[in-house]
Design a protein around this ligand. Structure first.
Ligand SMILES: [Mn+2]
Length: 489
């Protein structure tokens, strides 16, 4: 696969246009065919100290960023019937002293071109539309976690339908997720912005890091870079994991003092206008890879390069995982961490199942889609094809946990394996490496868009640069922020 040259991101689309929101709703209508679609926005956070974030499904469908909203449209034979309705909180100047501006019902028409109604009228509206249309299927989009107690959204749907026994409720989350798989040019621009900001933070973190520093100092710089460049927030909890913490996949306590011999995994992502980046770099605390660090790092980087080489537009995403797995098997075997290519172990104490020995060190999948969610629907690196408009990560890793040999089921086969791999596990203990990059499939190429240093010599050179304050703000990014409305005035 040929990666295209670093793309200039200048022809920025200022925002996602009304016509694109209409196209998204039209695509959903086509998918569901018939029914009343009801999407629930996120509630005002109950804890005072949390910021409001609209859920991705509602944001995708409406672009509306206030709490306690709902969206309703009637679909007949795959076509939207009438004008969709956006239910919002009323504008109340006295209350807005506390909450800030609310668009209010009249603003819905002028800002969104939808019919606006007070959220208090939701139940009445559902009942009357169901009666008038003779429609009996309510297609719901929201947070319907199956865990008990029922989520707020599930309770809302239950109360909406409690007095209307003719209404059958069907979840339509999956239908909307399917529509979200392929990103529009405007969405890809937002993703690029988020990625560019994240790359700046990775570079600055490499310049800053030195032994004796705490993980939270690195986290603070990363998140400072995010916000000062216009990111909304981190798109997930910033992971800065040093030494043993580098082997914990979702470590985010970020409060350990960094020692000279540590590897440091930095798995970070900015969110820009709602769109997520997800970029991981792993660096040696003292700025120079030791031999053991180099062994593991090179194995991970080789697996990533193998996956990249297998990435073809419209080609199967599975090919990427296959290539990475083959590369990791060869490397792990050479390092003595597994008994050989394709070797297995008993993954339960009854020895009923065999698992790849590779999985002792690499226990996650190769990648995932990125978009409004950091784990977004889309042709990721384990299923489907890399169709144009796919945005995804490739992120192999090797994590040698110090206690690995103590947590493997105790069977004869495993004991034999442990005897063979113990020296290598001890040699590489507490080294965790993940390298994660972001990619976009265009019409004719798969483009690498997260160009932070990643070869060993590049990382070492970046870490030798003297820390001299954060990188200057990028003029194009500032302009992108200025020209990108939040739609809600
Ligand atoms: Mn990721």
């Amino acid at each position: 696969m040929a990666f295209s040259a670093l793309s200039a991101v200048n022809g920025l689309q200022a925002q996602i246009k009304d016509s694109e929101y209409t196209a998204r709703r039209t695509a959903l209508a086509q998918k569901v065919q018939n029914g009343i679609v009801l999407a629930l926005g996120s509630p005002e956070p109950e804890e005072d100290f949390l910021s409001f974030n609209q859920n991705s499904q509602f944001r995708y469908l409406t672009g509306f960023n206030e709490p306690d909203a709902a969206f309703l449209m009637v679909v007949k034979n795959g076509v939207i019937s009438g004008t969709p309705i956006l239910f919002v909180q009323p504008s109340d100047p006295a209350r807005e002293v506390w909450t800030g501006h609310r668009l209010g019902v009249p603003g819905v028409k002028t800002t969104y071109g939808l019919e606006g109604r007070d959220i208090a009228a939701l139940k009445h509206t559902v009942d009357s539309i169901a009666a008038a249309e003779g429609e009996s299927t309510l297609l719901t989009i929201g947070n319907f976690g199956e865990a008990s107690p029922a989520t707020r959204d599930a309770q809302t749907i239950a109360s909406l339908t409690s007095s209307n026994s003719r209404l059958t409720v069907k979840q339509a989350n999956a239908d909307l997720l399917a529509v979200r798989r392929i990103k529009s040019p405007a969405e890809l621009d937002f993703i690029r912005r988020a990625v560019n900001i994240t790359v700046v933070a990775q570079r600055d973190a490499m310049r800053l890091i030195e032994p004796g520093m705490n993980e939270f100092e690195v986290q603070a710089l990363i998140e400072y870079d995010f916000r000062r460049n216009g990111a909304d927030r981190p798109s997930f909890s910033t992971i800065v994991g040093s030494g043993p913490n580098s082997t914990t996949l979702h470590y985010n306590a970020d409060d350990r003092y960094i020692e000279p011999e540590n590897m440091i995994v930095m798995d970070i992502g900015a969110s820009f206008r709602g769109y997520a980046a997800d970029v991981t770099r792993t660096v040696p605390a003292d700025g120079t890879f030791s031999d053991v660090q180099r062994d593991i790092y090179s194995a991970v980087r080789a697996a990533q390069a193998a996956a990249e080489a297998a990435a073809k537009v419209n080609g199967p995403a599975r090919a990427l995982s296959d290539a990475a797995n083959a590369s990791l098997d060869a490397s792990l075997s050479k390092l003595g961490l597994i008994e050989g290519v394709g070797a297995t172990y008993d993954c339960d104490a009854q020895a009923t199942r065999q698992c790849s020995q590779r999985g002792l060190y690499y226990m996650h999948s190769l990648g995932h889609g990125i978009g409004l969610d950091v784990h977004d629907p889309g042709a990721a690196t384990n299923s489907g094809n890399l169709v144009p408009g796919s945005a995804f990560t490739i992120e192999p890793g090797i994590y040698v946990r110090a206690n690995l040999l103590d947590i493997i089921p105790n069977t004869p086969k495993n004991q034999a394996m442990i005897a063979k791999i113990r020296p290598a596990v001890q040699k590489y203990a507490n080294i965790g490496v993940r390298i994660e990059d972001d990619y976009i499939a265009t019409d004719n190429t798969v483009e690498w868009i997260s160009r932070a240093p990643r070869e060993i010599n590049e990382v070492e050179a970046m870490m030798k640069e003297k820390w001299n304050g954060p990188s200057p703000r990028d003029a194009a990014t500032v302009e992108a922020y200025r020209s990108t409305g939040r739609r809600v005035p």
